[in-house]
Write a protein that binds this ligand. Structure first.
Ligand SMILES: [Cu+2]
Length: 491
């Protein structure tokens, strides 16, 4: 068991050597690598499959019974690379975990049993959740234990997701497979006529690398987990060379010549994706992290940084049967530049779906009502307190161990001016940001904001929900584990 755990959690010596020698991208971990993502490429030590051969898996859907869903986190062996076995940690033993379908406004209880050998924490990302159920990083479920999380879900319908949030080890735990989607629906959304049922498909996109035994390779600084963090080369982030969609490498999905709705989630530790389609096919974006846009937006590129979601419709109805439509990541020319393929295999028997011109109404917040403006700077420590034996990533020079970075008053409106040194996707628990819609038409709600290198963003943040202590962090999971996570309190 120990040997297997080490093989899985650690990085075999040969793979490490391969990674150092063959890792492309040049540059250092700090300066980036020309792929638009912060981090260093970890090259797989086994041959990877040809793209677009493996069918796209659809994670099973799980709905509450009497308001409750039961999940078990456990280790299992699954086939990811054809003919090989990869050990994962997964909710219900699969990666991604089952897709939770729940309803906005209806309380959901998730009972999680930890049948793994690691400590875990469950966080409903994008959930407006009381602090004691939010998955605070040190609220650990130890091996063999279980606990219930109660989610009031007093929030808009939205494509949320759930994942491990254990202190110092979220990166390796999510990389090992502890992530799944949680789609909140509502009557308003259900009445729109958007594609549904088998034509409403989650796409959980994540990059991974494999060691010589086809295990997920993750460069923990200490494979025994005596101390957190990754080896120096990967301090900026772990970039895999194999793109998995719903846990399958560069898969292909057979589709009807009809409209489909895709709930895209970037579940990667560090990689950004700029998704594009060929054959003249475009995306119609209908929603973001925080639910429906006011109006649909036709887009050639869907950009998603770690933890961001995009709710899109793709219309294959005018694509000739037999055509293959390829989704690529325009940020990378190599394997990570490929994502998946859609193979249009038949005419649709019927398609009475539509994308209405008006999807939802978002009441604009009044900037004149802002009572507090906060400057939050995400950067590498100039000197570094060296929590992990190297300079720490931090927010305004402080880290998780330095107490609250601010206290916010419920019922008020704040303006946050976010800025960064390198690329950081910034996520606040509990609170949602109101921003301009992607494409510029109307407003949108977000829980994760992608800050480009040297970038900044200004967002309006209504302080709503529950009193308690929450975290604000970078969703590059290596940055998060290496201290780019701070506390704030809501009173
Ligand atoms: Cu970051």
């Amino acid at each position: 068991m120990i040997a297997s755990r080490r093989t899985f959690l650690g990085l075999a010596g040969t793979a490490a050597a391969t990674a150092v020698l063959a890792g492309c991208g040049g540059g250092s971990w700090f300066t980036g690598n020309g792929t638009g993502s912060q981090g260093a490429l970890l090259a797989s030590a086994v041959p990877l499959p040809e793209p677009f051969q493996v069918p796209l898996p659809i994670p099973p859907t799980i709905e509450p019974t009497n308001g409750t869903i039961e999940l078990t986190a456990r280790r299992s062996a699954v086939e990811i690379l054809p003919g090989r076995t990869t050990e994962i940690l997964g909710y219900e033993g699969i990666f991604p975990g089952p897709t939770i379908r729940a309803s906005s406004g209806e309380e959901l209880q998730v009972r999680l049993r930890n049948d793994t050998e690691i400590d875990t924490v469950l966080h409903l990302h994008g959930g407006r959740t009381p602090a004691e159920h939010d998955g605070y990083p040190t609220d650990l479920i130890v091996p063999g234990a279980e606990r219930s999380y109660v989610y009031p879900l007093q929030q808009r319908a939205a494509p949320l997701w759930y994942h491990d949030h254990a202190m110092d080890f979220t990166g390796p735990n999510v990389y090992a497979g502890l992530a799944g989607m949680a789609l909140l629906g509502s009557q308003e959304e259900g009445a729109l006529g958007l594609p549904s049922g088998e034509r409403d498909v989650p796409l959980v996109i994540a990059d991974r690398s494999f060691d010589g035994d086809a295990a997920f390779a993750y460069p923990l600084a200490d494979p025994s987990r005596g101390r957190p963090g990754v080896t120096m080369r990967y301090h900026g982030g772990v970039l895999g060379d194999c793109v998995l969609v719903n846990g399958a490498p560069w898969p292909v999905m057979e589709v009807d010549a009809a409209r489909y709705r895709f709930r895209i989630l970037n579940a990667a530790n560090a990689r950004r994706f700029d998704l594009t389609l060929d054959q003249g096919v475009t995306f119609t974006q209908v929603g973001t992290d925080g639910g429906l846009l006011e109006r649909p937006a036709v887009r050639r590129v869907i950009a998603v940084a770690g933890a961001e979601r995009a709710d899109v419709v793709i219309d294959f109805s005018s694509v000739p049967v037999g055509t293959r439509v390829t989704m690529t990541n325009s940020l990378d020319a190599g394997g990570p530049g490929q994502v998946m393929q859609f193979h249009v295999v038949r005419k649709a028997a019927s398609d009475d779906t539509r994308v209405p011109e008006q999807l939802s109404v978002i009441d604009a917040l009044d900037p004149g009502a802002v009572s507090v403006t906060r400057d939050l700077h995400f950067a590498l420590g100039a000197t570094g307190s060296g929590h992990h034996g190297m300079a720490d990533w931090n927010v305004n020079g402080v880290t998780f161990h330095d107490g609250d970075v601010f206290t916010a008053q419920r019922g008020t409106l704040e303006r946050w001016r976010l800025s960064s040194d390198v690329h950081h996707p910034v996520h606040a628990h509990l609170l949602h940001y109101q921003v301009g819609a992607p494409g510029g038409d109307g407003l949108a709600w977000k829980d994760t904001i992608d800050l480009r290198p040297g970038g900044s963003a200004e967002v309006l943040v209504p302080i709503e929900g529950y009193a308690g202590r929450y975290v604000l962090h970078c969703h590059n999971l290596e940055h998060e584990d290496m201290m780019m996570m701070v506390n704030f309190s809501v009173v």
